[in-house]
Ligand binder design. Sequence first.
Ligand code: B12
Ligand code: SF4
Length: 490
Amino acid sequence: MDFIRGFFNENIVKLYLINPLNPVYNMVKSQDSRWSKYRAWQPLGLMIIAAATPLDWEIELLDENISRLDFHKLPKPDAVGLTTFTSQANRAYEIAKIYRDRGVPVIMGGIHATLCKDEALQYVDTVVSGEAEEIWPTVLEDVKTGRLKDVYDGCFTDMSKTPIPRHDLTSGKYWIGSIQTTRGCPLNCTFCSVTSFNGQKYRQRPIPDVIAELNQIPQKRVMIVDDNLIGTRKDHIERAKDLFRQMIKHKVNKHWYAQVTMNFGEDDELLSLARKAGCEGVFIGFETITKEGLLELKKKFNASKGCDYRDGVQRIHKHRILIAGSFIIGLDTDEKGIGRHIAESAVDMGVDILNTLILTPLPGTQLWKSLEQENRLTFIDFPKDWDYYNLNFPVARYKNFTYEEIINEMMDCDRAFYMRKRCWYRILRAVLTSNNPLIQTVANLGYRAAVLNWRKQYSRFQRTHGLELAAITAPFTASDTVAGVLPSCD
Ligand code: B12
Ligand code: SF4
């Protein structure tokens, strides 16, 4: 492809697209390196941007999570495009400085730059907000003519027009490929930033485009990164079934994993088609074990189904599909002992992999707004404190827990779920039921290693923030509410 680019234009201009180091999952720096290989995912946003780049640009996609990079030593490009999640923002700004000091224009896009535009503009030349594939060629044209603006606003892309990502730029480096088939989420949970970025309208790519892309992905295993592959309405489910039928018909032959809502476990036909199409595991946001908790998080969809998911889990297992369940700790409705309670409920339901996170106000979410109003955001020395916004650290004041307590709840939860004998039990169960034993083993042992690593990180966090923690560690009470003054994040 880059040969064709050169053929079309002798005045080749060079573009670096960079994914900064992710402090949680990477293959180069993490202490739990043996398993990190399975947790480094492709930066799909950059791969789409690459596909939307005009042919006279030569592109290099650089991912700090995959290989060690010395940006001072790499040849000087004509422009740099950076992507960033909130927890990577500090590293992204460091990289931006290296290139701006060398006189290279730096353009930033992605969710953090979109939701914290004013902050990002202090560190980069240009911010492209929102979904960017349509506006990107204009941005690059302006780089060439020296008329780069501060801000370009993307739009909700028509999903039939989004280009096929450049899988060729990353092949061989990642264990698992990625694809996106829908954008937006019809639900609007308080803690989630998807709707403020991709909107509430559920937009689907044409199925032939998805099949064409799947056939271009070199990896045998693929993550479907949609926030909800099957959607919530009847017509969404029908589209998912059609997609699976086409995957079967065209012999796509991939092993894939996806995020879905609990309604996945209600429809045997859907499950059977998914399995035949190659589905080996799904990630489900159960979020909490109480109805009050679900209402607090505005996850009414789950609340309407009650909190006992055993039947759904069993039905999904019957089709030999694994379930990773995600839960959140630190809700106002959570009580002491919640960590252990979540672990036991997940074991009881038969969940295969447990991913528990601390309630975190991400920029742009309803949760951010309400905690800000109640003066409950505590780690607010930005951008420095964004390092802690990876959903594993307590960054706000929680109603019923001090920081110490919430960290202990997290550790109790993980300890109970990932104790050695339970991991081996789940692996044995997967072997006996032929339910993807390899994935079950990699996931359980990988998570167990990550949990042990987190204990070290928590000790470091407590050592570093001992004094600050002492000042903010008291649980929140309503009388603490004072209007807070914070840096601008819309
Ligand atoms: C897959 C995924 C992951 C993968 C990482 C994949 C990767 N390397 O990119 C994994 C599992 C590792 C992961 C981890 C985490 N994730 Co995540 N993840 C996602 C998910 C589901 C899909 C991302 C994706 O590929 N989207 C598809 C692409 C096409 O969209 P995009 O990246 O937004 O790109 C478009 C635009 O943003 C823009 N763009 C992007 N980059 C650039 C760059 C330039 C120069 C330009 C011009 C434009 C541009 O153009 C693209 C095309 O329109 C999103 C939800 C979502 N809907 O995006 C959550 C999401 C991004 N994750 C989120 C979070 C919180 C996390 C974690 C902190 C959670 C955790 N503890 O596990 C970690 C931290 C990771 C980190 N890097 O620090 C939040 C981020 C919120 C925030 N403010 O940062 C999201 C939005 C989910 C949510 N519920 O809120 N995640
Ligand atoms: S948490 Fe999941 S279901 Fe809720 S709004 Fe976000 S993507 Fe949708």
